[in-house]
Ligand binder design. Structure first.
Ligand code: ZN
Length: 175
């Protein structure tokens, strides 16, 4: 059983910038373990700490080579362009065609405090960029073209309305 419920849009925790991790200790390792479990259960390719309500700069991922946690990550190089239909566990069921850099170089620290440097391409590079955004309080919605974004917001309002008419009416903009 996973320890966490994934926070969903429009939970305000998803819009806040997370804090640097100052110490890699037992509780942080346990958090990573629980996040990996939560990610597999979802299932998803990556999960950032704010998505489980923890404002710390750490994410976990597994694009097929086993799970890995990265603490205090930074993308230090970007190159190329790659289009991909990107989803987010905090915005379930929606996918967005989005072009981002194709290759990135990620630096960070692992759970043993060892420096990590990972060259990533395509899917892994996309995963890193998506999870980094979460640590800065940025959702994939903010990366969309204005028209694409309007359409996504319409769909999200439609869904909120179906789930809870009273709240959705309050959230809807005046028209
Ligand atoms: Zn996401």
């Amino acid at each position: 059983m996973a320890g966490y419920t994934i926070r969903l849009f429009p939970d305000p925790v998803l819009r806040q910038r997370s804090h640097e991790v100052e110490e890699i200790d037992g509780p942080l390792r346990k958090l990573a373990e629980d996040m990996i479990e939560t990610m597999y259960e979802a299932p998803g390719l990556g999960l950032a700490a704010p998505q489980v309500g923890v404002q710390r700069r750490m994410f976990v991922y597994d694009v097929g080579d086993g799970p890995q946690a990265v603490v205090n990550p930074a993308i230090v190089e970007f190159s190329g362009e790659w289009n991909y239909s990107e989803g987010c566990l905090s915005i379930p069921g929606l996918y967005f065609d989005l072009t981002r850099p194709k290759e990135v170089l990620l630096r960070g620290v692992d759970l043993d405090g060892e420096e990590l440097e990972i060259e990533a391409d395509e899917l892994l590079a996309r995963c890193f960029q998506h999870e980094m955004d979460h640590l800065d309080g940025i959702l994939v919605l903010e990366r969309l073209e204005p028209e694409q974004r309007k359409e996504a917001m319409r769909e999200l309002r439609r869904r909120a309305l179906a789930a809870d008419p009273a709240t959705a009416a309050l959230a809807a903009p005046p028209s």
